[in-house]
Design a binder for this molecule. Structure first.
Ligand SMILES: *[C@@H]1O[C@H](CO)[C@@H](O)[C@H](O)[C@H]1NC(C)=O
Ligand SMILES: *[C@@H]1O[C@H](CO)[C@@H](O)[C@H](O)[C@H]1NC(C)=O
Length: 426
């Protein structure tokens, strides 16, 4: 065997070069794959688009992990997503540490009560807060929701009660709703308000997203319930979800692919909340459940007719989508789709008239923009005073991203503005 040390050294160098090239190529491919995964085209006016892309990619990754674990029978998809949320929320440092907390039961429902320190005998204002997360996700006592409640308690010098209602997949509609009603009725009892030194004429109910849905439904219920003498003075609904009959409102059409609440995800949350078959998601997305052959719809359609309830400037060029024929069984199989406790937008005017003064926050880049705007209009037509604060750069969930380590300027502004409104009107 001939062995030339020079040739051997050359070969080694060649191999080394080859490995380096391979590594570079691989890194480049990986970078392209990551960028491709993260990059999504976003409207120019949305708040901090790159941050949102990274947040969205993370969220999509978690949802995908949940789906994989679910299909392998390891865990329910919702539990996987929720444990990721809990891990993430645990990173958020606790703010306003002077606020005292108490975890207790209100009529069997878990709540946390936040109270500012010092009590000079004068009565305080109060806010009942109901967190969002598609009736399935969210950790009210951790991270961003905890920070939000502490901030409300501190800035408003108010007692804040956050409802830790049970969620899907453990429970479905109407349990989430009933637990919020129970907690509200308990809190509004005169002796309970006295215990916390709360002025019964200055109590608000507030919620974001699915929590805005529950807050609106609770506000309707308390407004019409003649067994509760104390009523809410105000309701604050932050990008609330209010109906599941039209997944093709102008905002659903415009924002169906805008993170982080994609139309498909919202339809899935609804089906999970109502305990229905997730396979129906596509039928819902094309409004097959409310097609023109649904006789039931003729009575209801006007309550969510966005062509008349919304201003022209937000409708733009969008047209209603109602197929001529659809899937007749869906509304019969899932009657909760028509239940005002699940879909407060469907309430009658006589119910709306009894509802408290409202602040409704909406975002331009949110599938739920029109749910909120239609409700604002219907409340107004029923004679309720409404402030609709609309953010041109707002996206769904931004209020939960007003806190370190993940904040967006629109989230910070939105939190400040709604608390300022409460400070003025509560
Ligand atoms: C309470 O409300 C119900 C319907 O919501 C009504 O039928 C009933 O008469 C009311 N009771 C009183 C005492 O007003
Ligand atoms: C929608 O309804 C039409 C008419 O009944 C039916 O042919 C179609 O399969 C349905 N689509 C979905 C996704 O349910």
């Amino acid at each position: 065997m001939l062995s030339n040390p020079l040739i051997a050294a050359e070969r080694k160098e060649e191999r080394h070069h080859f490995m380096m090239k391979l590594l570079c190529g691989f890194t480049l491919l990986l970078a392209i794959a990551v960028a491709y995964y993260i990059y999504i085209p976003l409207p120019k006016t949305i708040s901090e688009p790159w941050k949102l892309m990274v947040l969205d990619a993370t969220f999509r990754g978690v949802v995908m992990m949940g789906d994989v674990a679910h299909s392998m029978g390891l865990s329910h998809r919702v539990r996987v997503i929720n444990s990721a949320i809990v891990n993430f929320e645990s990173l958020v440092p606790i703010t306003n540490q002077e606020i005292q907390i108490e975890d207790i039961l209100f009529d069997g429902v878990h709540v946390r009560v936040y109270q500012p320190p010092g009590q000079d005998g004068k009565l305080r204002r109060a806010v009942m807060f109901i967190h969002g997360g598609g009736w399935a996700l969210g950790a009210p006592k951790l991270g961003s929701y905890d920070s939000l409640c502490r901030q409300m308690a501190a800035d408003l010098d108010a007692v804040v009660v956050t409802v830790d209602y049970r969620m899907a997949p453990d429970v479905h509609f109407p349990v989430q709703y009933e637990e919020c009603v129970q907690a509200a009725k308990h809190f509004l009892r005169p002796e309970v308000l006295t215990k916390y030194s709360v002025n019964p004429e200055r109590v608000a109910v507030c919620g974001d997203s699915a929590g805005g849905n529950l807050a609106a439904a609770v506000a309707q219920r308390i407004g019409t319930d003649n067994t509760t003498t104390v009523k809410f003075k105000l309701q604050v609904l932050v990008y609330p979800v209010l109906q599941a009959l039209d997944f093709n409102t102008a905002s659903y059409q415009q924002n169906q692919n805008v993170p982080i609440l994609y139309r498909r995800l919202m339809a899935r949350f609804w089906l999970e909340y109502l305990g229905a078959d997730l396979k129906l998601v596509h039928s819902l997305m094309i409004n097959n459940h409310t097609a023109q052959d649904q006789s039931l719809m003729s009575l209801i359609r006007s309550k969510l007719d966005w062509t008349t309830l919304l201003p022209k400037r937000v409708i733009k060029h969008y047209k209603p989508v109602f197929p001529v024929t659809g899937s007749l069984s869906i509304l019969k199989d899932i009657p909760a789709l028509l239940d005002t406790r699940a879909a407060p937008l469907l309430a009658e005017d006589v119910v709306l008239r009894m509802a408290p003064r409202a602040y409704i926050m909406t975002g331009e880049h949110d599938v739920l923009r029109d749910d909120g705007m239609m409700y604002a209009r219907r409340l107004e037509l029923a004679g309720v005073s409404v402030t609709n604060e609309h953010y041109e750069d707002g996206f769904h969930g931004c209020v939960s991203f007003g806190f370190w380590p993940c904040y967006f300027s629109v989230g910070i502004r939105a939190v400040q503005n709604y608390i300022a409104w409460l400070a003025k009107h509560l």
